[in-house]
Design a protein around this ligand. Sequence first.
Ligand SMILES: CC(=O)CC(=O)SCCNC(=O)CCNC(=O)[C@H](O)C(C)(C)COP(=O)(O)OP(=O)(O)OC[C@H]1O[C@@H](n2cnc3c(N)ncnc32)[C@H](O)[C@@H]1OP(=O)(O)O
Ligand SMILES: NC(=O)C1=CN([C@@H]2O[C@H](COP(=O)(O)OP(=O)(O)OC[C@H]3O[C@@H](n4cnc5c(N)ncnc54)[C@H](OP(=O)(O)O)[C@@H]3O)[C@@H](O)[C@H]2O)C=CC1
Length: 291
Amino acid sequence: MAIETIGVVGAGQMGNGIAHVLAVAGYDVTLMDVDAERLEAAIARIGANLDRQVARGKIEHEDRSLALGRIRTTVSLPELGASDLIIEAATEKEAVKQKIFDDLAPSLKPETILTTNTSSLSITRLAGRTKRPEQFMGLHFMNPVPVMQLVELIRGIATSKETFDALQVVVQRLGKTAVVAEDFPAFIVNRILMPMINEAIYTLHEGVGSIVDIDQSMKLGANHPMGPLELADFIGLDTCLAIMNVLHSGLADTKYRPCPLLVKYVEAGWLGRKVGRGFYDYRGEMPVPSR
Ligand SMILES: CC(=O)CC(=O)SCCNC(=O)CCNC(=O)[C@H](O)C(C)(C)COP(=O)(O)OP(=O)(O)OC[C@H]1O[C@@H](n2cnc3c(N)ncnc32)[C@H](O)[C@@H]1OP(=O)(O)O
Ligand SMILES: NC(=O)C1=CN([C@@H]2O[C@H](COP(=O)(O)OP(=O)(O)OC[C@H]3O[C@@H](n4cnc5c(N)ncnc54)[C@H](OP(=O)(O)O)[C@@H]3O)[C@@H](O)[C@H]2O)C=CC1
């Protein structure tokens, strides 16, 4: 089935980035969030990121208004039911995602494909709750979506070839590169990346290095574009903890135990850049370590 209309659920950092790249590629997008202010902020963010792309000669000025014109917003989930494809990008909590798919069910047209941008959760389990597991897949974008080249494609046990092929066409039209990951906790990227970030937090917790020295070490010593603590703040510490918990419970190996310091930061509400404070405090002119 040719996909032209796409509903995106969740207008946080991933949802706005996904809506952005879909609209630039010519898809008609409906972006949904429970919070109308989130939707306003997402449209403002997409506008600013499109401006940046115009300034750097990545897209033409007229493409900016065309792209923005292709994005509608709504706080009503059933409005997405008429879409050819739905990309769920709400908070990394299984109960939240399950409820979204449950609530969507009555308004979906028969051919709609359902996908989730989950960083870690079982695609087969999420698909099994829907009445269309053949038309369900993991479609995992990387942050920041307009910049990162990769999309992980994750089939559930029942995903059909037609669904997989249709999603490959979408990734191609976005100009991105797909890799195929099997449906195991956290797939490929986060199976490798998140234990590294968790280990960096243990390195801080055990006093081996300071926040600045740990980040500097990996930037200058291993050529990473961001240090691991800066990257954790960028991803969101709630999301990092959720992924570590899925690895820990799903693989039942103590090497995935979330660092207690990560748990403490999340309990404090210091979730990273999106709330202005995580390992760094972003509320001043320049980020400085929070403690
Ligand atoms: C958790 C998960 O489930 C999976 C994940 O996503 S894991 C996270 C994966 N992401 C990463 O590892 C990101 C690591 N960091 C980086 O690659 C870089 O620091 C970065 C691309 C984010 C910024 O790079 P930088 O050199 O510091 O900034 P800057 O020079 O301003 O920007 C580089 C480019 O990114 C663009 N950019 C930066 N942030 C952007 C954003 N939020 N939205 C759109 N474009 C952005 C800039 O326009 C610029 O584009 P060009 O090169 O085309 O001119
Ligand atoms: N951050 C990252 O680097 C990456 C994240 N992901 C995945 O993408 C998903 C989203 O992450 P991210 O954008 O960072 O998270 P954010 O916290 O930035 O955004 C999540 C958004 O979803 C909204 N939301 C929560 N419940 C619902 C609901 N029932 N219906 C509609 N919207 C809802 C939230 O609203 P409110 O705040 O009001 O609850 C918020 O606006 C997660 O599954 C995450 O694992 C994937 C790749 C990278």
